[in-house]
Design a protein around this ligand. Structure first.
Ligand SMILES: N[C@@H](CCC(=O)N[C@@H](CS)C(=O)NCC(=O)O)C(=O)O
Length: 230
C-alpha cells in the first residue's frame, strides 16, 4: 500500500477496525453537519464497526500528508488510507458489497448520483451556507443572499423533478447515491430552503429516518456533547 503519511493513524491490532478521522471539537452550529457523518452512516448501513480518531488541528503537516487540504474526514482500513467523503463511502460500500448494486448499469447509476450529489448539488448548498454563516459579517453578504438562494432553488427544482415519485433516486433500492444526496441535502437542515419541495423534503426525511443514519448522527452529536480531552 502506498502511504504518503509517515504517521498514519494505526489500525488497532486488537480490533483491526477501519478508522474514521474527524475533529475533536466543532462549534455548535457545525454539530450534526461534519462530513464524517457520511462515513459513519455508510458503516452503520453495512454493519461495519469502526474506530474514530479525533484530531485537534487538521492543518498540521502530518494531517496534510493524509488529507492534502487539511480537512476531515479521512478513512483507513487494512488496505487503503483515503480522504474525500465520496471516495470513503464508495470504499465502505464496495468492501462490504452493499449499498452498491452488482448489476453494472445500476452500479454506475448509483455512482453517478453520488458524484452528482457532491458535484452538482453540494456546491449550491455550500454557497448559501458560506454566504449566510461563514461570511455573514461581510458587507455584501445580505445583498448576495437572494442570488445564492435563487440558484439553489433552481437546482432543487431540477433535483425534485428527477426524483419524481420514486422512493429512492434510482427506484426502490437505497444506494450510495441516496446516502450522499440525503447527506448533502441534510446540509439545509434548519433553513427553509426545502419548503417548496415536498418530495425532496420527504426523501430527506426517509433517508434520515433510517436506523443507520440515526445511529451515525447520535454518535456524532454525542462526541461533541463531551468535554474536549486535552
Ligand atoms: N470534499 C471534502 C470536503 C471536506 C470538508 O469540507 N470538511 C470540513 C468538515 S465537514 C472541514 O474539514 N473543514 C475545515 C476546513 O476546510 O478547514 C469531503 O467531502 O470530504
Amino acid at each position: 500500500m502506498k502511504s504518503p503519511n509517515p504517521n498514519p493513524p494505526q489500525i488497532c491490532e486488537d480490533t483491526m477496525l477501519p478508522i474514521i478521522t474527524t475533529f475533536a471539537w466543532v462549534p455548535p452550529f457545525a454539530r450534526g453537519f461534519v462530513r464524517d457523518i457520511r462515513a459513519r452512516w455508510a458503516c452503520e448501513e453495512v454493519g461495519q464497526p469502526y474506530d474514530v480518531v479525533l484530531i485537534h488541528n487538521a492543518k498540521t503537516p502530518e494531517h496534510r500528508c493524509y488529507q492534502p487540504f487539511g480537512q476531515v474526514p479521512t478513512y483507513r482500513d487494512d488496505e487503503v488510507e483515503i480522504f474525500e467523503s465520496g471516495a470513503i463511502v464508495l470504499r465502505i460500500a464496495e468492501r462490504a458489497g452493499q449499498l452498491i448494486p452488482a448489476d453494472p448499469a445500476a452500479r454506475i447509476r448509483a455512482i453517478q448520483w453520488l458524484v452528482a450529489a457532491l458535484n452538482s448539488v453540494e456546491p449550491f448548498v455550500m454557497a448559501i451556507a458560506v454566504n449566510d454563516i461563514f461570511e455573514a459579517d461581510r458587507d455584501w453578504s445580505k445583498a448576495r443572499h437572494a442570488k445564492v438562494a435563487e440558484d439553489l432553488q433552481a437546482r432543487l427544482h431540477d433535483l425534485e423533478a428527477a426524483l419524481g415519485d420514486t422512493e429512492w433516486i434510482d427506484g426502490d433500492v437505497f444506494t450510495v447515491g441516496d446516502l450522499m444526496l440525503v447527506s448533502v441535502l441534510g446540509g439545509l437542515r434548519g433553513s427553509q430552503q426545502l419548503d417548496s419541495f415536498p418530495k425532496l423534503a420527504s426523501y430527506v426525511e426517509r433517508g434520515e429516518a433510517r436506523p443507520a443514519h440515526r445511529k451515525a448522527m447520535a454518535d456524532q452529536l454525542a462526541l461533541y456533547a463531551e468535554p474536549v480531552a486535552a
